[in-house]
Design a protein around this ligand. Structure first.
Ligand SMILES: [Zn+2]
Length: 401
C-alpha cells in the first residue's frame, strides 16, 4: 500500500505494551490533576512511571498537540498520522470526554513515534509491511491474565528481537550466526518457518496440525449449531404503515445453513483421502465438508507461514487446487474452496475471516474461532522456539500440546 510514499496502515498489528502503560498512567495523572477534591488536585501528585517518561509531561504535550491540531487543522505528522484525526476540539470538551481525548492523543503520539522509528528499521519494522493480517490488541487485562512469558515472546517475535543465532551474532554475543540445526543463517524467520532440518523433523507439520485442530473444533461446533438452526420456520413480520422494515438476524445466509447433512473430515492422524466418487486426485486437502444430499462441497487448505508471506501462500494454494475445484464443479458439485493462512506468530490472515463469514460463522463464534486459531499458532511457535536447539522427539511434542 505504499502508493503515495506515505504509510497508510490504519493501525499496528498490536498495541505496544509501552503505549498501554503510558495511556494507563496518563489516566491516573489526569485523575489526580483534575480531581474535584482540591486537596488532591493541589497536592501535585506525580504518577510514578520510571525515569524516561513522565505522565504529567505527556498530558501537557498531548494538550498542546490537540490545541495545535485545532489551530492548524489536521496535518500528517512524520510518516504516519494520516488516519488519526481528532474529532472534537479539546477546548470544547470537559470531564471524562476530555480525559479520553487526551489519552487517545498520548496513544497516537506514542504510536506515531514507534511507527516512524520502526519503518526505518529493516528488520524490527518488518511487521509494518504486513498487509493481510488481522490486528491484535494487547490490553492490560491480557497481560494480567495471560502468561507474562507468552506475551513477552509475542512482542519480541513481532519485533524480531529474540536471541536468535543471527541476532546474537549482530549483538556481538555469538561468534557465528548459524542455525543450530542446519548450517544456514539462523534468523528468526529461518528458525520459525524455513529451516530445512526443522521441516524434515516434522516441527512445522506439528505446528500446522495444532492450528488445524483448533480450526476443526470451531467448524465442528458451528456445524452442530447450524443443524439446529437449519431451515427455520419463516415467521411473518408485520410492519406498521410508515415504518421501515428492520433487518432480521440472518441465520441462513452461510453455506453451513444450506444443508443439514454436512460431514466434516480433517487431515489429522490418518491422512485425509479425497472422496473418489467426487473426483480422483492425489491432493490431500486439510479439511473437507461434504453434503451428499445437496451435492455441496467445501474444501479448506491451511498454511501457517511467516506473516510476511501470507499473501504468497494464499496465491500458491489457490493455484494448487484450481484444477481440482474445476473438476468437482464439472461433475455437478457446488464447490467452495478457500485457502486459510494463520501467520506463525499468531496473526490470522484476512482469509480466515472471509471463510468464516461465507460459512455463516459470525459474531462471537467468529471471534472465538479466530482467537483459538491465533493462540494455537502462537503457542506452538513458542514451543518450537523453546525447542529450537533440542532434538525433536515425540515426547517433546506431547509436552508442547
Ligand atoms: Zn536451520
Amino acid at each position: 500500500m505504499e502508493r503515495t510514499g506515505f504509510i497508510t496502515y490504519t493501525a499496528l498489528p498490536l498495541s505496544g505494551l509501552t503505549e498501554e502503560f503510558m495511556v494507563v498512567r496518563t489516566r491516573e495523572a489526569l485523575q489526580y490533576r483534575d480531581s474535584r477534591d482540591c486537596k488532591v488536585s493541589s497536592a501535585c501528585i506525580e504518577v510514578r512511571t520510571g525515569r524516561k517518561w513522565n505522565a504529567g509531561k505527556a498530558v501537557e504535550v498531548a494538550e498542546s498537540r490537540l490545541r495545535q491540531k485545532a489551530l492548524v487543522g489536521t496535518v500528517a505528522t512524520g510518516r504516519v498520522g494520516l488516519d488519526y484525526f481528532p474529532q472534537t476540539l479539546v477546548s470544547q470538551v470537559h470531564g471524562k470526554e476530555r480525559h479520553h481525548l487526551l489519552q487517545e492523543e498520548v496513544r497516537a503520539s506514542v504510536e506515531e513515534e514507534r511507527v516512524s522509528r520502526m519503518v526505518g528499521l529493516q528488520q524490527q519494522g518488518a511487521w509494518t509491511r504486513w498487509e493481510s493480517t488481522l490486528q491484535r490488541r494487547i490490553t492490560w487485562a491480557n497481560i494480567l491474565q495471560a502468561d507474562f512469558q507468552q506475551v513477552r515472546f509475542l512482542v519480541q517475535a513481532v519485533y524480531d528481537v529474540l536471541p536468535s543465532p543471527s541476532n546474537l551474532h549482530v549483538w556481538g554475543k555469538n561468534e557465528t550466526p548459524y542455525c543450530l540445526l542446519c548450517s544456514e543463517r539462523g534468523s528468526l524467520e529461518h528458525l520459525l518457518s524455513s529451516c530445512p532440518k526443522a521441516l524434515a523433523d516434522g516441527r512445522y507439520r506439528w505446528r500446522h496440525d495444532q492450528v488445524l485442530k483448533a480450526i476443526a473444533e470451531s467448524l465442528a461446533s458451528a456445524i452442530s449449531t447450524s443443524k439446529n438452526h437449519h431451515a427455520p420456520k419463516k415467521a411473518v413480520h408485520f410492519i406498521k404503515a410508515g415504518e421501515k422494515p428492520q433487518a432480521l438476524p440472518q441465520l441462513t445466509t452461510g453455506l453451513l445453513h444450506k444443508a443439514s447433512d454436512w460431514q466434516l473430515e480433517v487431515d489429522l492422524g490418518k491422512q485425509l483421502r479425497f472422496p473418489h466418487h467426487i473426483a480422483k486426485t492425489r491432493l490431500c486437502p486439510d479439511i473437507t465438508i461434504i453434503s451428499e444430499a445437496s451435492r455441496q462441497l467445501i474444501i479448506l487448505e491451511l498454511t501457517v507461514p511467516w506473516e510476511e508471506r501470507i499473501e504468497e501462500a494464499n496465491e500458491r494454494k489457490c493455484a494448487k487446487y484450481q484444477e481440482l475445484v474445476e473438476e468437482c464443479r464439472e461433475r455437478g458439485w457446488r464447490t467452495f474452496y478457500e485457502p486459510i493462512e494463520i501467520g506463525c506468530r499468531g496473526f490470522a490472515g484476512r482469509s480466515l475471516c472471509k471463510v468464516l463469514r461465507r460459512l455463516g460463522i459470525t459474531g462471537v463464534a467468529k471471534k472465538r474461532a479466530i482467537r483459538s486459531a491465533s493462540e494455537a499458532a502462537e503457542k506452538a511457535t513458542r514451543w518450537l522456539w523453546i525447542k529450537r536447539a533440542d532434538p525433536w522427539t515425540a515426547i517433546g511434542t506431547q509436552v508442547g500440546t
